[in-house]
Design a protein around this ligand. Structure first.
Ligand SMILES: NC(=O)c1ccc[n+]([C@@H]2O[C@H](COP(=O)([O-])OP(=O)(O)OC[C@H]3O[C@@H](n4cnc5c(N)ncnc54)[C@H](O)[C@@H]3O)[C@@H](O)[C@H]2O)c1
Length: 260
């Protein structure tokens, strides 16, 4: 897909990866970008920086996503690309509070489901469209230090695969973005384990995303090492689990804790 002349929605658009993508899409000639976030001031600042539009929404609420899609299509035009990128990280194990589990499910998974429900029928009726869902390398390789994050990001990868399998032949392109550490508010306290292969700037991540959009590749890996780790996992699961335990021991007490 060539972003030139396209209309894109980017959730989590007030900050970090979402803001950088909104700016890059506008720089690369998008017709319009809608930066969507719970943080209205931050989304407004993105709109100012990128020269795009801002909308406020809680992506964990279906009615909010529907309203964003309806308003965008009525006031801006048909959505070509929906980037479901908002996400949250809550540290903790299986004993994380029910509220942390529920919030992580709704923001890290159900937001993607709500977006697909709202835009896929419209895109299919128009002959096609593109969904980019931000998961994480944690959705492929799990997350030391956060059960809620590791599990819900796996679900996000699973849902993106399902969308591609089910709707790919109807013209729906799907990509899933799976970075390790990126310098954003989420990693402000330190990247923890996710920093093993270095911290990317959001603008570097945008380079990889733009290439993947052009090539229409499903799996977007700004840290290419992740593919090797996936292959090692598939090749010998028990060995991979032993390695992850060693990694966990190594990062115990590192500033910033284990982060995605
Ligand atoms: N930074 C990293 O190292 C890293 C690595 C892998 C994956 N990710 C993923 O990238 C995505 C973007 O994160 P980021 O690093 O830019 O972090 P960030 O904290 O800078 O941005 C996340 C944005 O999502 C918004 N948001 C959170 N909950 C929301 C909700 N319910 N409704 C609407 N907006 C909401 C926040 O207000 C914030 O603006 C997330 O899905 C995150 O899990 C980040």
């Amino acid at each position: 897909m060539d972003i030139t002349g396209k209309i894109a929605v980017v959730t989590g658009g007030a900050s970090g990866i979402g803001r950088a993508l909104a700016q890059r899409f506008m720089t690369e000639g998008a017709r319009q970008v809608v930066a969507v976030d719970l943080n209205a001031d931050g989304a407004g600042e993105t709109a100012r920086l990128a020269g795009c539009v801002a909308m406020t929404a809680n992506v964990g609420r279906e009615a909010d996503i529907q309203a964003v899609v309806e308003r965008t299509e009525a006031e801006v035009g048909p959505i070509d690309l929906f980037v479901s990128n908002a996400g949250i990280f809550r540290p903790g194990g299986a004993d994380s509070s029910d509220a942390d589990w529920a919030d992580s499910w709704s923001v890290n998974l159900m937001s993607h489901v709500f977006a697909a429900r709202a835009v896929v029928p419209r895109m299919v009726a128009r002959g096609g469209g593109y969904l980019v869902n931000t998961a994480s390398a944690a959705g492929l390789l799990n997350q030391i230090g956060s059960a809620t994050y590791g599990v819900t990001k796996h679900a996000a990868v699973g849902f993106a695969e399902w969308l591609s399998i089910t709707h790919g032949d109807q013209g729906i392109k799907v990509s899933v973005l799976c970075p390790q550490a990126v310098r954003t508010a989420m990693t402000a306290a330190g990247p923890g384990v996710a920093g093993v292969d270095g911290m990317l700037e959001p603008e570097q991540l945008c380079d990889t995303v733009m290439q993947a959009l052009r090539d229409e590749t499903f799996l977007i890996l700004p840290h290419p090492q992740v593919k090797d780790y996936m292959q090692r996992k598939a090749g010998d699961y028990d060995r991979w689990l032993r390695g992850m335990r060693r990694l966990q021991a190594k990062f115990d007490g590192v500033p910033g804790g284990p982060k995605a």
